[in-house]
Design a protein around this ligand. Structure first.
Ligand SMILES: Nc1ncnc2c1ncn2[C@@H]1O[C@H](COP(=O)(O)OP(=O)(O)O)[C@@H](O)[C@H]1O
Ligand SMILES: [Mg+2]
Length: 263
């Protein structure tokens, strides 16, 4: 990478409960745009994000180097990392179901800063309209918007977003992808995403994990053209986007980019 990465992971090793999940993972995240972290289920994508943000379980062991700019992140407490501009949208969304939307947002405000409600409500007008609704009664898509909006209240130097479209209807997948696209114009994103149509739309760079290591890095659009590679590394051909995702989500079908001989 010719420009300085915003995040640099070197030789990251994570063991949890006797399992050696990450066995020397190294990759960079570009200072602009979306870098996507890919790999089959259970390969360690969430474990990677959690190690970056300091949320490895207590019975886990983390080794290696993680740097954001000149700063070393390992061994720093999560609240410090977040205050330093590392935003994390976890896989399971983690909104407070019993609290209202407005209360969920208020809890995310960082002391000593001015929360960017205008920006968040411009991206997600529904969060403004549904301020008094209990978060537990929101749809999956609305909860995802709340989980992302909450992080965007504060200034971030880098966002980590874990499978934001998982389990969502195709129309909502498109909405989430549109929001992430706009967000990534101003802050770099490390995104875990299984929906290859979303990857195609958003990602500039790709990192693929396999068997505890990095199996491939490079241009995300190049990776998606390599059907044999995506099949062996991800278990799917890049052309295998469900018809529903093509027609309803408005996302470009991968076949439209396939060049001769790629399949
Ligand atoms: N807290 C934990 N205790 C035991 N095993 C775990 C824990 N967290 C993750 N694992 C295991 O580590 C592997 C990687 O998990 P994960 O990072 O969640 O994968 P991915 O996000 O790529 O689907 C899986 O085999 C999972 O069962
Ligand atoms: Mg995961």
């Amino acid at each position: 990478m010719s420009v300085e990465p915003i995040l640099s992971v070197e030789n990251l090793s994570v063991r949890i409960a006797g399992l050696h999940i990450l066995q020397g993972v190294s990759f960079d995240v570009a200072p602009t745009g979306v870098t996507v972290l890919l790999g089959r289920n259970g390969v360690g994508k969430t474990t990677t994000l959690r190690a970056i943000v300091g949320l490895t379980p207590r019975n886990g062991e983390v080794r290696g180097t993680i740097r954001m700019g000149a700063q070393s992140l390992l061994a720093r407490p999560t609240h410090r990392l977040v205050r330093g501009g590392l935003g994390y949208v976890p896989e399971d969304r983690c909104v407070f179901a019993g609290l209202t939307v407005a209360e969920n947002l208020r809890l995310a405000e960082r002391r000593g800063t001015t929360p960017a409600y205008d920006k968040v409500f411009a991206l997600f007008p529904e969060l403004d309209r549904r301020g008094r609704q209990r978060a537990g009664s929101l749809s999956g898509g609305q909860q995802q918007m709340l989980a992302i909006g909450r992080v965007l209240l504060n200034d971030n130097r880098l966002l980590l977003v874990d499978e934001p479209t998982k389990g969502l209807a195709p129309k909502v997948v498109t909405e989430v992808a549109e929001v992430l696209e706009r967000v990534a114009e101003s802050v770099p994103v490390l995104l875990v995403e299984q929906n290859l149509a979303v990857v195609r739309r958003l990602a500039k760079d790709a990192v693929v994990l396999s068997a505890g290591r990095v199996a491939w890095t490079g241009n995300a659009q190049d990776l998606l053209l390599e059907t044999a590679l995506t099949k062996s590394l991800l278990g799917v051909g890049s052309g295998e986007v469900p018809a529903s995702a093509r027609s309803e989500s408005g996302l470009r079908a991968p076949q439209s980019r396939a060049k001769d001989g790629a399949a």
